[in-house]
Write a new protein. Structure first.
Length: 165
């Protein structure tokens, strides 16, 4: 018996082209099943403490930011919460009559120093918390159920001294 007969059928059962299409579909389905069913390797995590400066915030928004608020990323809570909030009068550069600038306190706006504790994911040389990369100098959006403010990361510390399980 020949593998491919005179009509182009494999073992006399199925056309060779149809067989290739069926094999391609089976391989694709197997790849998708593998991705969905086999658990991915666990990413390393670490407990972190992050200090964030949020400058020039309206007083009503500043009052809404409280210790104990859980952070949100996308449409879900993340393993991070606000540990402490310190509010100071906002400092702004104000021009003098001679053209020089001097720092002065704004009578309305507040600067917030927010300390966040949470579990960050470690991927190579990067830490991410609430889907945002943690590095001093980077922007960080502090988002909760009822507010969102944009600040700058001042400090990132690993209180436990390194990565966790």
């Amino acid at each position: 018996m020949k593998l491919i007969d005179e009509r182009g059928r494999f073992l006399g059962l199925i056309n060779v082209i149809d067989l290739l299409v069926v094999l391609a579909i089976l391989l694709a389905a197997g790849g998708v099943a593998y991705k969905l069913l086999v658990p991915a390797g666990r990413a390393a995590t670490a407990r972190v403490e992050v200090e964030i400066l949020v400058p020039k915030v309206h007083p009503a928004v500043a009052a809404a930011v409280r210790p104990g608020d859980r952070l949100v990323a996308g449409s879900a809570y993340v393993e991070a919460e606000i540990k402490a909030v310190r509010s100071t009068p906002a400092r702004v550069a104000t021009p003098r009559s001679d053209g020089t600038l001097v720092l002065a306190e704004d009578p309305q706006l507040r600067d917030l120093y927010i300390t966040v504790n949470g579990t960050a994911k470690m991927g190579g040389p990067t830490l991410t918390l609430a889907g945002q990369e943690l590095r001093a100098g980077r922007d960080f959006y502090v988002k909760s159920l009822s507010y969102e403010v944009k600040g700058t990361v001042l400090r990132v510390t690993l209180p436990e001294g390194g990565p966790g399980p």
